[in-house]
Design a protein around this ligand. Structure first.
Ligand code: GUN
Length: 283
């Protein structure tokens, strides 16, 4: 048996077409979704991410602002900038690209973003809403994982989902979203004994730890859905995930490639969050 490949780019394109129709309806009511992306400094990877976010806005007809400020910007200056956009009515989403320079406290910046405009879903109140099950803005990569599952007919309801990794931006929120979708969820991490044995019990295995090719075929139950959130660069420059794709391919029922699996979903879910925020602002 060999796995069916989950092509994130195709699913992402479909969602963007759906969003475009909703945007057109909203525009007829005189509202254009607006996103501001703030980049502090000149980190090359961050510059690429920010460019891609602006491109997605352009494709969907959003109002988009990219604010580039120097690495020496003070925390107070950055807070003032966030405050300005918290108050600006044509902006529905504020994203401060991470990581930030060391002299700026990340938590202070995330806390300052108005929860209504927190399209990253990183604000403590957004995290609380995720736990409680309120209709909140959900973090983008984790909600992209759920979309991939649902849109390939792999609804998590009633399944045993095993999440490997407990980060605030992937592992914990993915686990909570899977629980919301009525999966039975186990979270494994670096201090878990017998991870392979637990992973092998998963109907849905989600991996986000940042260890290249950690998951081998003896970690996977035959027919399981394997979602790889890892993006690692190998010494030869190639990208690979946290799953040993070639090794697992013949065992899994479904698998996401890296690149081209979860990755394309993140910006699309950011666009969905910005639209959702714009709709709420209207109401
Ligand atoms: N840097 C890398 N990924 C992300 C993300 O999803 N949001 C923000 N704000 N910064 C990032």
């Amino acid at each position: 048996m060999s796995a069916q490949i989950i092509y994130g780019k195709q699913i992402s394109d479909t969602i963007r077409e759906e969003l475009l129709q909703e945007v057109e309806q909203l525009k007829q009511q005189g509202i254009t979704p607006g996103l501001v992306v703030i980049l502090v400094g000149e980190d090359p990877a961050s510059q690429v991410y920010v460019r891609n976010k602006a491109k997605a806005c352009e494709q969907l007809g959003y109002h988009s602002e990219v604010i580039r400020v120097p690495a020496e910007t003070t925390q107070e200056e950055l807070l003032a900038l966030i405050q300005k956009y918290n108050e600006q009515r044509n902006i529905h989403g504020i994203l401060v690209q991470l990581p930030l320079p060391k002299h700026i406290e990340e938590k202070a910046i995330i806390d300052a973003i108005s929860v209504e405009k927190d399209v990253d879903g990183f604000h403590p109140e957004s995290v609380g809403n995720l736990m409680i099950g309120d209709d909140a803005l959900l973090p983008c990569t984790p909600s992209g994982v759920i979309e991939l599952l649902k849109r390939t007919g792999n609804s998590p309801a009633g399944k045993h989902a095993v999440v490997i990794g407990r980060s605030n931006i992937v592992g914990k929120p993915v686990a909570m979203l899977l629980l919301r979708e009525n999966a039975t969820v186990t979270i494994c991490h670096s201090r878990t004994p017998n991870i392979a044995e637990i992973a092998r019990q998963a109907d849905i295995l989600v991996v986000g730890v940042g260890v290249p090719k950690l998951v081998k075929k003896d970690w996977v139950k035959p027919g399981a859905v394997v979602i790889d959130v890892g993006v690692n660069r190998l010494p030869d420059g190639k990208l690979c995930g946290d799953v040993d794709y070639d090794d697992v391919f013949d065992v899994a029922g479904w698998i996401t490639p890296v690149p081209g699996g979860v990755g394309p979903m993140t910006i699309t879910m950011l666009m969905a969050n910005t639209l959702k925020s714009a709709k709420k602002a209207r109401g």
